[in-house]
Write a new protein. Sequence first.
Length: 458
Amino acid sequence: MTFPNHFVWGAGASSFQIEGGAQEAGRTPSVWDMFCSKPGATWQGHSGAVACEHYQRYRDDVALMRQIGLPAYRLSISWSRVLPDGVGKVNHIGLDFYDRLIDELLAAHIAPWVTLFHWDYPIELYARGGWLSPDSPHWFADYVQTIVEKLSDRVRHWITLNEPQCFIHLGLQTGLHAPGDKLTLPLVLRAAHHTLLAHGQAVQSIRAASKQTCEIGLAPVGLAKIPATETAQDIEAARQAMFQMRDRTTWQTAFWLDPIFLGQYPADALELFGDAMPPIRVGDLETIHQPLDFFGVNHYSSPFVRAGKDGAPEEIPFAPGHPIAANRSFVVPETLYWGPRFYWERYHLPIVITENGLPTLDWIALDGKVHDTQRIDFTRRYLLEYERAARDGAQLKGYFHWSVMDNFEVTEGYRDRFGLIHVDFPTQRRTLKDSAHWYRRVIETNGASLHENPFHVY
Ligand code: FCB
């Protein structure tokens, strides 16, 4: 048994991906609402306008979470549901939705972990410059204060930003995510710096406004590298590859996390970006470098790396036939060993896997059930590696499966199903998948059941 006693088991989702109710009770559009209406932006033109109708069905959904026995649930708040202009006047009907949701969760003994920003940036603020505006950190910190004042008597866990790599690199540089812009590098880096400041100022807001002692982290994209063999040379090559700059983009690890956790931009980032970096004012790095309570990270897949001739890291291709997910990403359970281990070494905060999961092509079988054996096997393999990281000394604090239910998988629309709960979108009928029942036992045994073969049916 290596999962610690107070280890947090949970599952997650995000506002735009499940809520629907896009025009309900004063909510204004976010950049994702706008992006979905662009031709070709999402698979088959799908949008999150209806999604899982969680806005209307949250009570039933919490009851299902209770059936899974979830001790914790990671949700996010739709900024423009609460502040239709992004700043200023509060839409109390919108804010009350989260108030009721939190009460419902607590009544079901489920601890809410609240993400303050999971990509659905208010269109009204985008029109005022979005993350490019030097005011954007203040806008975010003010919005965060509103939320914390309302919910912190009951919410103890906060996550500031979900995956800045996605909403800045994919959102502003490649245009693959909302808002779909293709800005020049200096503008992207300016937006990135504001994003980091927004994180820091939000942490200050939370600490100042929270009505109880709370824990704060963020949820970046986990870009782990796996040593091809467990020799000292390959391990060192993977470690280097994980934190070094890959190219002149913000699809990076240390570029985002060193300022937050170590108080400085990495030297290789400053060198590679050179003049493209925005001016960094006195005090900026102090603002960004706020003490945090856990190291949240989202982990799915990772490449293998070996030490090349001069010891320099070299990524190696996957062997033909290496297991893949429905979205064609590679299945690499060692991600949950080497990711946590390297982060623990560098940043030394207890690790929370804020997302991990597998898209599969599930449907309801003739017996009325959803037999998602691949999700069970995937999660079991990843969690066994995570447990190994604990055995080897990394401090682990939690694991949130992505996702609690099938949802609007951003650019992939409703094609990729990540849920423990199956959603039949035309009828909104929910069905607990086999993986939900299996996960319940993992939770009950604090991971001990991971050592049992889950497939005794055949
Ligand atoms: C992550 C996102 C999450 C979900 C998963 C599959 O990048 O944070 O919202 O879409 O991928």
